[in-house]
Design a protein. Sequence first.
Lengths: 259, 259
Amino acid sequence: MATQAPSFDESQIGDASAAPAFSPLYQQIKSLILQSLQAGHWKPGDLIPSEIELAARFRVSQGTVRKAIDELAAEHLVVRRQGRGTFVATHAEQHVQFRFLRLLPDHGDLGSEGPAQRSIIDCKRQRAPADVARTLGLRTGDAVLQVRRVLSFQGVPTILEDLWLPGSAFKGLTAERLASHQGAMYALFETEFGVRMVRADEKLRAVAADEQAAERLQVTPGAPLLSVERVAYTYQDAPMELRRGLYRTDTHHYRNSLS
Amino acid sequence: MATQAPSFDESQIGDASAAPAFSPLYQQIKSLILQSLQAGHWKPGDLIPSEIELAARFRVSQGTVRKAIDELAAEHLVVRRQGRGTFVATHAEQHVQFRFLRLLPDHGDLGSEGPAQRSIIDCKRQRAPADVARTLGLRTGDAVLQVRRVLSFQGVPTILEDLWLPGSAFKGLTAERLASHQGAMYALFETEFGVRMVRADEKLRAVAADEQAAERLQVTPGAPLLSVERVAYTYQDAPMELRRGLYRTDTHHYRNSLS
DNA sequence: CAGTGGTCTAGACCACACT
DNA sequence: GTGTGGTCTAGACCACTGC
């Protein structure tokens, strides 16, 4: 915050003073707010300071702060509520769930089938295989947590997935803790480990069920399944989760919007 | 443009005068620009009037026009180019292609394998089946165009798809015209029929290849394929295309970003 | 050089939420 | 009423493009 802080040097128009940064003022403000989010200074669900206060704090106009927050809101990192203030976004809201769970029942509305039944099959610490280490930005052999679980809808097992998490960030995560938690996993990550997932990339494929998957999902071996490999990122595009899922798509489908 | 035009009645602050509309000024401006786009007044690739001119035309400040255009740019309906102006977005740019074609080779960069080879299998007019009519907002039995084609990458047939288009909007579309056209289909729709696809919803499933698909895609019957059903929309969310595709995902994958 | 979009400021008023 | 975000204006200067 020292070198390129917009609070110093310039008189009116932000020229960002000296050497390092050379970006618009509002980008610098955005960056500063982002750092506060990342540092956990303001936690998910928290009310952040008002635009007027931030403007005073950073010595810029309210309009500049507004533009910075506009972008953060567009990226779903904060949520604006007229008359109330601006809040740090959280996975604890129903509405947010569907951004990361794209599997919907073929018939019926959003969430008409009620919440998924989660069952943890396994949760163990181990050394990271090479491919997992690479995508998580770790070294091969570093400690990782592997979780395997099944999600069922209306009693029908529909999703089988494996998760890999960096061991360092998720100390103390156990099958019991996962099982006792109602609701989305990312919400637990926020409240228990201060890790907020912000963005994810997925690669989808159609594959044939192997013996093990067929048994877990109660389909015949060789049945087509949707393979979903996800890398989820926290602030600053730091990868924090690798997830490999197999979805039954006989009564559900994966929805996507292109725009 | 008469009833709720922002050009009249109010003196400074936009209160949108009389009865019908009750939305922010910039939304009304956005709406007016949208109408010009939809009417084909400004065509894909065209330079639209400058912010200053639009502000004068609509009797609002430049900042209000700017906010309207900002939203249009965020929706990819226009593209801003500093120093040059604002242009109507078009599918004729390489960069835009990848927004609607999500299948990528597992290895190699974007487009490293070169453009797809397109081969039209069939292109015929017929009466719309009930399900097609429903999703396209037509009546059962209305004229529709059905196109069937295969896309190959480096000689390997990878995508088999059926398209349905409203007959009324695509008069004169023939297999020859499709075949003679190099490049993306949506670019042809723009230049030849004045139809610009703006947004699309997709439903994905894993399915087993039937006899016909297996033959066309050179896989064994029963092999897993990714089924992609797309409804594409033009301005104002009017559905203009139903597309059902089967993708081979043994050397390619469907990529998606969640945010 | 003139023209365009991009950034920044300052000040006004509106719509909404809480108290 | 007070404080918040939301809208709108007016004017300044910057950065880029093309003549």
